[in-house]
Each structure stands twice: as C-alpha cells, then as structure tokens.
Design a binder for this molecule. Structure first.
Ligand SMILES: [Zn+2]
Length: 353
C-alpha cells in the first residue's frame, strides 16, 4: 500500500518588476489579509521601502506598526514578537535584505501569522524560502519556518543595492551545483530523502544564472531581475524538497564555520561560492566543474580566494577540516578532511597560496 504523503508550501503571489513597491497593498487585498500589519525593517531599507509603503497603507486607512532592527539576533526576533503582541497586529511584512526578512519569518512562525517578503537586496535565497537563519551564540542556525505568503521584489530598488550584495546572491545560487552533488551522494550512501524534481530545478537555476553571467553587471536592472528570479526558484526547490538540501551542502557547512571563526568577515553568498569551488573539486577532481564555478564567480566579481574574502589561509583550512562537525548533514566531507588533504585541495584550486 502506498502511504507516503507530502506537503509543498509555496508563496501564493510572487510580484517582480520595476516599481512594484507600490503594489504591496494590492497584494494584501488579493490575499484577503485584514487588520494591522507589523513592518520589520532595518535602517536603510526603511528609507527606501518601508516608509513609502507605510505611507501607502496610511492613505488607505491602515496604520502599520514598524520595528527597525539593527542586527539579526534571537533578541531581535523576541523584540519583534513583543511588539506584534503589544500592537495587536495580524500579519508581518519583512522589508529589507536577508536580515529583516529572516527575522520577520522567524517571528511570524512563532506568532502563527502570515508574512510577506519585500526584499531590498538580492543577497540570498532566504527571501523566498521556508528556512530562517539567525546567529545563535557563536554559530548560525537554519530553522524550519514557513515560506512567505507573497514576495514583492521591486527590481528598481534591488538594482540600487550595493553591488556586492547582488554578487553574493549569485554566488549562493551557483553553489546549488555542489549542494545537489552532496544531496545525491547522501541519498546513495545514507538513503536520505531525495527529490529529483527539486534537485533538477535547483541545478537548472544555477545553470541559467551561469549562462547569463555576462548580463549580470552593476547598475543593470536586468541583473537584479535575473538574480531575483533565480533566488525564487532556488527557494521553490527547497519548498518542494521540504529541506534546504537542494541549495545547501558542504559549501554551506564551510560558510557556517567561517561565520564562527571569522565573524562578519565576508558575506554568506561569497563564502559559499568559495566553498563550492573546493567541494566541487572534492567531488570530481582536477577536471571537474570547479573550473566553471570559479570562472562564473570571477566573471561577476565574486570572491574566488581566501584573500578575496578577507580571511586568512589558516582560517580557511581550519573551517575545511572542522565544518563537517557542525550539523548532522552527510556531504562529500564525510567524517572530515585531514589537514594535508585540506591544504592540497585549497592550493590546487587557488583558494589559498
Ligand atoms: Zn545560502
């Protein structure tokens, strides 16, 4: 008897385009959301997006509550929950880069309320996924939550974001290649739950991005469009899989460990990009896809070396040899690399000198 069942939870409305910041109210109407919203934002996104959107709401007779957060921490999530309860709001709107959206996502999950995602930077796939991530002590944890009810991505605003945030978003997508390799390996060796649809979608997303790498240039609004759509489909792949596996393998473990060893040295996407060069080499050796990953990263000005990341070689080696310990996720790193092997792969790929 066939007894399997699965839930795939996706955003209902995804609105991408120039000036769609003005359409947030229409989306609220379409979702039949009633009552008062709480906007969760951070200082710069507040100016470029949250305040103008609040003005639209006020003109329509809705008074949004607003929380401006400075740092992505568990305390910030608690603060948002407190304000939501005190102000008697009925849904949340995360307006900002990854930070504000992750916090809105985690708070809305706790409050059992819906939330909307209004990204102002295309910096990682958290803007659409069902995964939330905030630092926890000296590490960073990815927590299961719900995907947003809707995503409203204004490419006019996204194109104005600092360029490095966009290249970080690209690198996060390029890393799907190695995430999927790790997923397949784990399926073969450990029989982990696997979805061919999610894996294919995730890989195809990375491929489309790499094929369009020469259209990804600073100041080009089309770049923001390409990257945002890729982040969406990467998020959809995670929703289909019901896990972050399609977009998170050993390269993400490596990045999480760098967050711990060298806090705030480099952006998430940039770290996973470099991690992806290393783990692609581990999967396929000298003649594999690591060359393509490295070329794609360097063509969009994303880091390809420890030096580009602003992290010293020894820290990279330490991350590479210890990151398999941080979570129970089987990858090409197996039960860990020894130091000589780590030095060897990092040198051969040019990540360290
Ligand atoms: Zn990522």
């Amino acid at each position: 008897m066939f007894e399997k069942s699965t839930w795939i939870r996706l955003p209902r409305n995804v609105v991408v385009g120039h000036g769609v910041r003005d359409e947030v109210l229409d989306v609220i109407d379409d979702l039949h959301l009633q009552g008062r919203p709480l906007f969760v934002t951070s200082p710069t996104p507040r100016e470029v997006a949250a305040d103008p959107i609040a003005a639209d709401f006020e003109a329509a007779g809705i008074e949004p509550a607003i929380v401006t957060i400075e740092k992505a921490t568990f305390e910030a999530v608690e603060q948002v929950i407190e304000v939501a309860e005190a102000e008697d709001v009925s849904y949340l709107v995360g307006i900002g880069g990854g930070k504000a959206i992750d916090i809105a996502k985690l708070a809305s999950h706790h409050l059992e309320m819906g939330f909307l995602s209004v990204p102002t930077a295309a910096s990682h796939d958290g803007i659409v996924s069902n995964r939330g991530s905030v630092p926890d002590g000296d590490s960073r944890h990815s927590v299961a939550a719900e995907p947003p009810l809707a995503v409203v991505a204004d490419t006019g605003i996204l194109a104005e974001a600092p360029w490095e945030l966009t290249t970080a978003g690209c690198a996060d997508i390029i890393s799907n290649y190695t995430a999927v390799m790790d997923w397949r390996l784990a399926q073969r060796l450990k029989d982990v739950e696997y979805s061919e649809y999610a894996a294919a979608l995730s890989e195809m997303t990375a491929e489309i991005l790499v094929d369009n790498a020469d259209l990804i240039r600073p100041g080009l609004e089309e770049s923001a469009w390409i990257v945002t759509k890729a982040l969406m489909s990467s998020g959809v792949a995670m929703s289909i899989a019901g896990s972050s596996r399609p977009a998170s393998g050993a390269e993400h473990l490596f990045s999480h460990q760098l967050d711990r060893l060298a806090p705030e040295a480099a952006l998430h996407g940039h770290q996973v990009g470099v991690g992806s060069i290393l783990t692609a080499y581990l999967h396929q050796g000298e003649d594999g896809i690591w060359w393509d990953i490295r070329d794609a990263l360097s063509s969009i000005d994303a880091p390809t070396t420890a030096d580009d990341l602003g992290i010293d070689d020894e820290t990279v080696i330490e991350a590479l040899t210890t990151c398999h310990e941080i979570r129970d996720r089987y990858t090409i790193l197996g039960d860990g690399m020894n130091e000589r092997a780590a030095r060897d792969v990092a040198t051969k790929t040019g990540v360290i000198e």
